[in-house]
Design a protein around this ligand. Structure first.
Ligand code: BGC
Length: 729
C-alpha cells in the first residue's frame, strides 16, 4: 500500500493567501467561533442536537468543530448549514476519539506497542483513518503518546508504554498512518497527538493528578514522542489535563509557546482537552472562566473543547485590551489553515451511501488478527507446555473466556459485540466442541458467589486447565486508576483452587495494564499476556495456544512484583548507592538503594517476551570503538534461530552514557529491529545510531552530546544481551 504521506509542517503560499483573505473578512465573533469545539450530544443523536438549537449556532458562525459525532447524515446536516447558510461558508470539522480503531477494533495501544512493529501500526492506523473518514470524521484524537511508568494509571492502556524512544517510533507510525492522503472522501485526516504533556506522570497513578518533574525530564522523557509526531507531520495537538510543576498544561506558556512555537516553529492547532480551560478554576489558577480564557489564549491555546470560556469571554477581553486581537487572529489563522489543508472547503460532504461498505472490510479484520497475534506476549512457558496439541482435553475456565465486550478495551466508541471473536470461538477453530468443558468460575471483578467448585471439578477431568482471567475493559482508561494491581474480584481465589488440583495451568491474562501477579505467575506453567485485544482477540489467542502463530510480542512497560515498587522502569538512574544487582534485597547489604522485602527488578522487564523457538545472540561487533560527534555508531550482532520453528525476534540495542555533567539512566533503548528467522537461520543484525542522538538536556537546558565512554548492549530484552563499549571524543 503506497500513499502520499501527509504532513502539516510546511506552509504553502497558496493556502496562506486563502487564510489571510478569509481572515480579513471575519468579524471578531466569527473569529472566536473558529476557536470553539462543541459536543458530544448525549446520546449522540439527532434529537438531542435539535434540542440544543445547534443549527443557529452554526449558521451564525459561532462553532468551528464538533466532537465525537459519528453519524454521517448528522455531520452532513451541520456541514450544509455551515457551508451554505453561514455568512462566510467556513466548513466545520469533526473530531473523534479513534484510539485503537474505529469499527475494526484493534488491541489497545499498549498492546499494539508490544508488536514493536511500527510498519504494522501504520497500516492499522490507516485502517482506522479510512473507517473514521467514511463516516465524516476528519480529525482523530490520537495517537496518545504519553510516556507512562505507572501501571496504576488507567491511561497506560492508551499509550506505547514506558520508553520515549519506542514511543517516538510508535508516534511517527501512527501519525503517518492516520494522515496518509487519498481517502475516498477527497479530504485528508489530521492526527492529534495527546496529551501535551507529562500527563503520564500523575502522582500516585491517580488520573488527572498533579505532576511535578524537572524541565530536563520534560525534555528528555515526555516531549520526545510529541516531537516525533510533529516531525512526522501531525497537524494538531491536545493539551493535557494535568498541571506541570504548578502550571496547568492548558495555560502553560513554556510548553505551548516557548517550546512549541519558538523552539520548534510548529504551525499546527492546539486544542484543549475536554473542558480543561474551565478546569483552570478548580486547579486554582483562574478565579473565573474569563480569567481562564485569558490565561489560555495568552499561553498559546488555540481551540477550546466543550467548556465555554472562549465564546463567553474572549470578545470582552479583546475589547478591554486584556487579550491582543493579534492572539485571536493567530489562533484563527491556524484553524483556518487546517481546514483548507484538509480539503474541507473543496469537499465538505461525506457520501452517506459509502460508509457501510468502507468499514469492517475483510482485509481490515485480517489486519486486526495480525496485530492481535503480534501484540500478545508470552511471559512463561515452563517445560514448553505451549503450544498445545489438538488432542489436549481442556478445561476452559475463567470469566474472560466467553467474553465479547471486554475485548473492546478502554477506548472504543463503536462496540458491536457481534464483531468480536471470543476465546471459545477461537478454540473451535482447533478443537471439536466435545474436547473441552467451560466453566466461568467467577465474575471478573465483583465478589458475588462463584462456581469455583464446578471449575475444580472440570479441571479434575481435563489434561490442561486453560485459565482466562484479568481485568474488565472498564478497569483501565480515563479516570480508571487502581491501587491494587492483582487479579480483581475472586479470580486469584479461583486460580488457587485450580492450582491445588495439580493440573497444569495455561493462563491467558487479559488486561489494560501491567498487573502485579507474582502468585499467579508461580501457579501457571504458561502465561500469555493477551491484553484487551480487539475484535479478533479470541482467534489470536487460539492461534498462539495451538502454535499456528508463534508469539513474538515483547513488553513495553515493566510488570512489577509489588505495587510498592512503582514506578519501576528499566531506564532508571543508578543512584549513589546502587544495589550490586537488580535481585539484591536489603539485609544482604546495608546502605544500598534496595527494599527490605522485594528486589528492585520487576517480575517481567521491559522488552521481555518469549517465543516457541530459541534465539541465540553472538559476535557483537562495534565498527569503530572511538567516534566523533558527527559520526554514526555501527553495532552488529549475529542472531540465530536455534529452535525448530520459524519465529520473529525483536532485537534491542541499549546504551549507557557512563559519566555525564548530568546523571544518565543505567540503560536507554536506542534501536530495535524485528526479524523473522527460519529454524537454523542466522542473521547479522546491524544497527546505526547517530552519535548526535546519544545526547540529553544538559545543565543549561539545551540538548548536548558529551564526549566520554559508553556501554552498549544488543539483546533480547532490557536485562540481557551482549555487552560492548565505545567512546565519543
Ligand atoms: C480525554 C481525551 C479525549 C477527549 C475527547 C477527554 O476526557 O482526556 O483523551 O480525546 O476527552 O473525548
Amino acid at each position: 500500500m503506497e500513499h502520499n504521506i501527509g504532513t502539516y509542517n510546511d506552509l504553502d503560499p497558496d493556502t496562506e493567501a486563502r487564510v489571510e483573505s478569509l481572515l480579513a473578512q471575519m468579524t471578531l465573533p466569527e473569529k472566536i467561533g473558529q476557536l470553539v469545539q462543541i459536543g458530544p450530544f448525549a446520546p449522540f443523536d439527532f434529537e438531542d442536537y435539535q434540542a440544543k438549537n445547534m443549527d443557529e449556532l452554526i449558521r451564525s458562525g459561532r462553532v468551528s468543530s464538533f466532537l465525537n459525532i459519528t453519524i454521517p447524515h448528522l455531520i452532513n446536516h451541520c456541514q450544509r448549514i455551515a457551508v451554505e447558510e453561514s455568512r462566510l461558508g467556513i466548513p466545520i470539522i469533526v473530531g473523534s476519539d479513534v484510539i485503537h480503531g474505529y469499527r475494526t477494533i484493534f488491541p489497545i495501544p499498549l498492546a499494539e506497542a508490544c508488536t514493536w512493529n511500527p510498519a504494522l501500526l501504520e497500516r492499522a492506523s490507516r485502517v482506522a483513518a479510512e473507517e473514521a473518514s467514511a463516516v465524516g470524521v476528519d480529525w482523530i484524537f490520537a495517537p496518545m503518546v504519553d510516556v507512562a511508568r505507572d501501571p496504576r494509571w488507567g491511561r497506560i492502556a492508551e499509550g506505547a508504554g514506558e520508553d520515549p524512544f519506542l514511543g517516538m517510533a510508535m508516534a511517527r507510525a501512527r501519525v503517518r498512518g492516520f494522515q496518509a492522503a487519498d481517502l475516498s472522501s477527497g479530504r485528508r485526516i489530521v492526527a492529534c497527538p495527546k496529551h501535551y504533556v507529562g500527563y503520564g506522570a500523575a502522582e500516585g497513578g491517580r488520573d488527572y493528578n498533579t505532576t511535578d518533574f524537572s524541565e530536563r525530564t520534560l525534555r528528555d522523557v515526555y516531549l520526545p514522542p510529541f516531537k516525533a509526531a510533529f516531525d512526522a507531520g501531525a497537524g494538531t495537538v491536545m493539551s493535557a489535563f494535568n498541571e506541570i510543576s504548578g502550571v496547568p498544561a492548558t495555560a502553560n506558556p513554556l510548553i505551548l509557546t516557548t517550546i512549541l512555537r519558538d523552539e520548534w516553529d510548529w504551525p499546527g492547532v492546539v486544542l484543549s482537552d475536554y473542558e480543561s480551560v474551565r478546569h483552570l478554576i478548580p486547579h486554582g489558577m483562574a478565579a473565573n472562566l474569563k480569567e481562564a480564557a485569558r490565561l489560555s489564549i495568552l499561553a498559546g491555546l488555540d481551540m477550546e473543547m466543550v467548556s465555554s470560556a472562549y465564546p463567553d469571554h474572549l470578545a470582552e477581553l479583546v475589547a478591554a485590551g486584556d487579550v491582543p486581537l493579534a492572539a485571536v487572529d493567530e489562533a484563527t489563522r491556524r484553524v483556518l489553515r487546517l481546514k483548507f489543508r484538509l480539503g474541507l472547503f473543496e469537499n465538505p460532504y461525506t457520501d452517506e451511501s459509502l460508509a457501510d461498505a468502507l468499514i469492517l472490510r475483510p482485509d481490515f479484520r485480517a489486519l486486526a488478527l495480525e496485530v492481535a497475534q503480534e501484540s500478545m506476549v508470552l511471559l512463561k512457558n515452563e517445560g514448553n507446555i505451549l503450544p498445545l496439541s489438538p488432542q489436549t482435553r481442556l478445561a476452559v475456565i475463567g470469566p474472560l473466556a466467553d467474553n465479547r465486550l471486554d475485548m473492546f478495551g478502554c477506548w472504543s466508541l463503536q462496540t458491536h459485540p457481534e464483531d468480536v471473536e471470543t476465546v471459545l470461538e477461537g478454540l473451535a477453530a482447533y478443537l471439536p466442541a466435545d474436547a473441552w468443558t467451560h466453566v466461568p468460575g467467577c465474575p471478573i471483578r465483583d465478589t458475588a458467589p462463584t462456581d469455583i467448585a464446578a471449575a475444580v471439578a472440570a479441571a479434575e477431568e481435563a489434561d490442561v486447565v486453560l485459565l482466562v482471567v484479568g481485568e474488565s475493559a472498564d478497569m483501565s482508561g480515563e479516570a480508571h486508576s487502581r491501587t491494587h494491581l492483582g487479579l480483581p474480584g475472586r479470580q486469584q481465589e479461583l486460580a488457587d483452587a485450580l492450582a491445588a488440583t495439580g493440573k497444569p495451568i495455561v493462563c491467558v491474562i487479559m488486561s489494560g495494564r501491567p498487573l502485579v501477579i507474582p502468585r499467579l505467575a508461580g501457579q501457571a506453567q504458561a502465561l500469555l499476556a493477551a491484553w484487551h485485544a480487539g475484535i479478533r482477540a479470541g482467534r489470536a489467542v487460539a492461534d498462539i495456544l495451538f502454535g499456528a502463530a508463534n508469539p513474538s510480542g515483547k513488553l513495553t512497560a515493566s510488570w512489577p512484583r509489588a505495587e510498592g515498587q512503582i514506578p519501576v522502569y528499566y531506564a532508571h538512574k543508578n543512584t549513589g548507592q546502587p544495589a550490586a544487582d537488580a535481585d539484591m534485597k536489603a539485609f544482604a547489604a546495608v546502605f544500598k538503594s534496595v527494599y527490605l522485602d522485594e528486589p528492585n527488578s520487576p517480575l517481567f522487564p521491559f522488552g521481555f517476551g518469549l517465543s516457541y523457538t530459541q534465539f541465540d545472540y553472538a559476535d557483537l561487533r562495534i565498527a569503530q570503538p572511538t567516534l566523533k560527534l558527527g559520526d554514526t555508531l555501527v553495532v552488529s550482532a549475529t542472531v540465530t534461530n536455534s529452535g525448530d520453528r520459524a519465529g520473529a525476534e525483536i532485537v534491542q540495542l541499549y546504551v549507557r552514557d557512563r559519566v555525564g555533567s548530568v546523571t544518565r539512566p543505567v540503560k536507554e533503548l536506542k534501536g530495535f529491529q524485528k526479524i523473522h528467522l527460519q529454524p537454523g537461520e542466522q542473521r547479522i543484525v546491524r544497527f546505526e545510531v547517530r552519535v548526535a542522538d546519544l545526547g540529553f538536556t544538559g545543565r543549561d537546558m539545551r540538548y548536548t552530546v558529551e564526549p566520554g565512554d559508553f556501554h552498549v548492549w544488543v539483546g533480547p530484552d532490557s536485562t540481557r544481551g551482549l555487552a560492548g563499549a565505545f567512546s565519543v571524543s
